[in-house]
Ligand binder design. Structure first.
Ligand code: PBG
Length: 330
């Protein structure tokens, strides 16, 4: 570098002088199409139910879910990830409501497909925790531990009813070993070769899921540390990644997003399948809460978090701000 006297000859600030200049040299761009909206639909309610720990997010009725899907399409959002919240009385040890063809999630998949057809990629959460009375992501053995292989049998059934209902993509989120392979097989067995699997490759046991547990009315006591990953680990995620690809994952995901950007960057570097990140409920809640107190500028902070996740390597982002952010990006 040439130095004239004590002044710098190279000045990075030149490329930051105007908004147009900054836009021109931006290395990361955020588009509505990068975004996927996670949405909750609750059985048996006639009005949407607010989720107190997620201001602005609701448990939808069947009707308001359809409207939210239409709004998402209009904003240019690519996909919707559906979570079902069954009536409390329908929860049981096996999570039977999760495999009932008329269970709330299956009904919601059909509703959204009927409303928006193929204009939105319809994804469904494939997990038992919303439907079990103990709140775990699988079925339990005699000792009360989550039984991996017995759970896989339940996941295979879930895959089939969700695909029959019309889901384009299934998101097995329970962190059982072998879940991607079992879901793929179950789909192929019933001629649903075109239904894709979004693998929850790296899903960490996170305190930031707190607000989600309210959102789905979770019955969980205790934690999920025997199946979700330890936040201390990153090489373990690379191992999960290799397994998911081997088992037939079409896309892979890292979750949560913000506290795990290093994991995301490593995964994105290592694969050639699309990579997603899930900006989870606690990440949402933190920004909303700080903004409500006047401690941060909400709108700027939201786009900054999303840009950071894209920059780290996610092509797609699941975010509760999807529709709003897409509207602002248009
Ligand atoms: C499990 C599932 C969870 C989330 C998505 N799928 C909760 C958990 O693992 O406890 C969390 C999403 C969020 O916090 O936004 N079905």
């Amino acid at each position: 570098m040439t130095v004239y006297g004590s002044f710098p000859g190279t000045r990075p600030r030149r490329l930051r002088t105007t908004p147009a200049m900054r836009r021109m040299v931006a290395e990361t761009r955020l588009n509505p199409a990068d975004l996927i909206l996670p949405a909750f639909v609750r059985e048996g309610v006639s009005e949407p139910v607010p989720i107190s720990a997620m201001p602005g997010v609701v448990q939808h009725t069947r009707d308001t879910l359809r409207k939210a899907a239409v709004e998402a399409v209009a904003a240019g959002v690519s996909g919707i990830m559906l979570f079902g919240v069954p009536e409390e009385s329908k929860k049981d040890a096996l999570g039977t409501a999760g495999t009932d063809p008329d269970g709330i999630l299956q009904v919601a998949i059909r509703d959204v497909r009927a409303e928006v057809g193929d204009d939105l990629v319809v994804m469904s959460d494939l997990c038992l925790d919303e439907y079990t009375d103990h709140g775990h992501c699988g079925v339990l053995d005699q000792e009360g531990r989550v039984d991996n292989d017995a759970t896989l049998e339940r996941y295979a059934e879930m895959a089939q009813v969700q695909a029959d209902a019309g889901a384009h993509v299934l998101g097995p989120s329970g962190m059982m070993d072998g879940q991607v392979g079992v879901v793929r097989d179950a789909l192929d067995t019933i001629g649903k070769e075109d239904v894709a699997v979004l693998a929850y490759t790296a899903k960490y046991a996170s305190a930031f899921y707190g607000p989600f547990r309210e959102a789905v009315g979770s019955s969980l006591t205790g934690d999920r540390k025997t199946y979700q990953q330890d936040s201390a680990n990153v090489r373990e995620s690379m191992r999960e990644l290799a397994l998911d690809l081997e088992e037939g994952a079409d896309m892979v995901m890292v979750k949560p997003a913000g506290p795990y950007l290093d994991v995301l960057a490593r995964v994105a570097d290592a694969v050639d399948v699309p990579v997603a990140a899930y900006q989870i409920s606690g990440e949402y809640a933190m920004v909303e809460a700080a903004a409500e107190k006047g401690w941060i500028d909400r709108d700027t902070a939201i786009l900054e978090t999303l840009t950071g996740i894209r920059r780290a390597g996610a092509q797609m982002i699941l975010t509760y701000w999807a529709t709003e952010a897409a509207q602002r990006l248009r």
